[in-house]
Design a protein around this ligand. Sequence first.
Ligand code: IPM
Ligand code: MG
Length: 366
Amino acid sequence: MTHAKSFDIVVLPGDGVGPEVTAAATDVLRVIGDFYGHSFRFHEHLIGGAAIDATGDPLPPETVEACKASDAVLLGAVGGPQWDGGQRRPEEGLLGLRKALGLFANLRPLQVSPVLAYRSPLKKEIVEGVDLIVFRELTGGIYFGEKTRTADRATDLCEYTVPEIERVARAAFQTAQQRRGKVTSVDKANVMETSRLWREVVTRIHAEEFPRVELEHALVDSMAMHLIRKPREYDVILTENMFGDILSDEISVLGGSIGLLPSASLGSGGPGMFEPIHGSAPDIAGQDKANPVGTILSAALLLRHSLGLDDEASSIEAAVAAVVSAGAVTADLGGTLGTRAAGEAVIDGIRAIHWAAAHRVQMHWA
Ligand code: IPM
Ligand code: MG
């Protein structure tokens, strides 16, 4: 093919179900490569508990170097009870990599199709048609502030600078312009100084650069309630690191299964990192039970955001929508398929979509 391109993708399977779901997603990417004439070179590296076991370090320097030299990073999950109480924690690997790659914006999109709406614990009329995206600040706040610990006292510092707030706010407003044009900025400005700064900066960036986007502010506690009562009202939700962590797990329930949801972590230039929002699920690890869709959709985001391959991303998303509608899904969504079979169903979906497209072209020539 004339437009053939070749890309280096670092794969970090990590812990628990991570290796199974990343294997399903790289299989899908290989098929996409064949159809569109791209070559994806996968480079597997260690992170998290697996890296602690092999090297003592949850983020070996080789992993960071390989990620920096890549076009994009696909991650499974990190963590598990076997590393509790150890010297190093698997999560350090993930946090360290986000920081090392400068991935300040974490995007977590959620769309609830009519098919999924009935799987939600909430009423169908509340969740059907939800279409929102969380912009979570990812390299600042209480996650990265100084931590202290003595025998009878512990502290975590929550710190934000103006440029840190400005850059993630801009990213959220830009995305809102391409969607329904509304940003809800979430903070705790009635209590926290960092939240008062957050609100001030977001308000100024809005007035100076994005006056046509609608902006509202919400306090995180009432937002937790509104997300359950009227989730359809939201378009882009912009928030700081820890509030975004908590709210995005809450939101994942709206769509019926956390196993479906992808995320993209982006910086300014450089490779992005893409991972499902679910964790390592140690209780079902190695049993061919995990839903691979969150990671497969993360691979689609990887194609779109890091490699600029929009058609390729859309064909994965269309195939996922088709298999989910057809009920070719894992047990978390009421299906009977294992991880591998659910991944193969998506691949069959991609083949069917391409066959149909090629067939139309032939008919047209005839
Ligand atoms: C997430 C996870 C991580 C986080 C953990 C594993 C460190 O919960 O990506 O949401 O808190 O950011
Ligand atoms: Mg989380």
